[in-house]
Design a protein around this ligand. Structure first.
Ligand code: FMN
Length: 207
């Protein structure tokens, strides 16, 4: 009888422990929220601009700052070690030569803390239907594996052209999302229209 009583006690104790285990495992699993940040990385040129005159802040820079403000992102400006010419004609000629020879112009400086970002908005002007070569330098100088890259460009009529493909080829292990194309001169002359387009695009991306 005593043995049966002891056995019953043990069963009760064990089932009691099991019960509390079950309870703890039924608690909602902790959601692993990402502590990674967003980066807006861009290249943009100042100086003489076709159809606009002299600009002190580039078209892409204007859009980049707005995206950063809306998303709370950090920004990093891609700059060539040797600045592109201020004169529009001279710049287009140099850019054409760089594209034809597929040059990788040196960077003024590289980014140091890329690991803390998992989402990168990448902004650039369309140059001869392509990414400016200095942006290619940047993409190839950094490991963007596993990151979400969201392209945006400013342009004079080409739209994104083949730049999403160029980015995907340069960053084969990154996820490239659908990009936004903004008419460059609107950034200077019709900013409210640009804001509207950017807002709608960001909303579609859940920002
Ligand atoms: C070297 C160069 C090449 C360009 N090539 C193109 C082009 O192929 N297609 C296009 O739509 N716009 C072209 N543009 C216009 C720029 O994409 C447009 O003005 C852009 O908004 C400039 O941006 P930024 O001020 O940020 O540099 C070119 C401009 C430059 C300076």
């Amino acid at each position: 009888m005593k043995k049966i009583f002891l056995l019953l006690m043990m069963i009760l104790m064990v089932s009691g422990c099991g019960g509390s285990e079950e309870k703890s495992s039924a608690e909602p699993a902790k959601v692993q929220t990402s502590d990674k940040k967003i980066l807006v990385m861009y290249f943009s040129r100042t100086g003489e601009e076709y159809n606009v005159g002299n600009i002190t802040k580039g078209n892409t820079a204007i859009v980049a700052d707005y995206i950063a403000q809306k998303t709370g992102a950090d920004t990093f400006e891609i700059k060539p070690a040797t600045p592109y010419p201020d004169e529009y004609e001279a710049c287009t000629e140099l850019a054409k030569r760089e594209l034809e020879s597929n040059t990788r112009p040196a960077l003024a400086k590289n980014i140091e803390n890329l690991a803390q970002y998992d989402t990168i908005f990448l902004g650039f002007p369309i140059w001869w239907g392509a990414l400016p070569r200095v942006v290619m330098t940047f993409l190839e100088a950094n490991d963007l594996s596993g990151k979400r890259i969201i392209p945006f460009c400013t342009h004079g009529g080409s739209g994104l052209a083949g730049t999403e493909r160029e980015i995907a080829d340069a960053c084969p292990n990154a996820k490239i999302l659908s990009g936004l194309a903004v008419v460059g001169k609107d950034a200077q002359n019709d900013f409210p229209a640009v804001q509207k387009d950017v807002d709608a695009w960001l909303k579609g991306l859940d920002y």
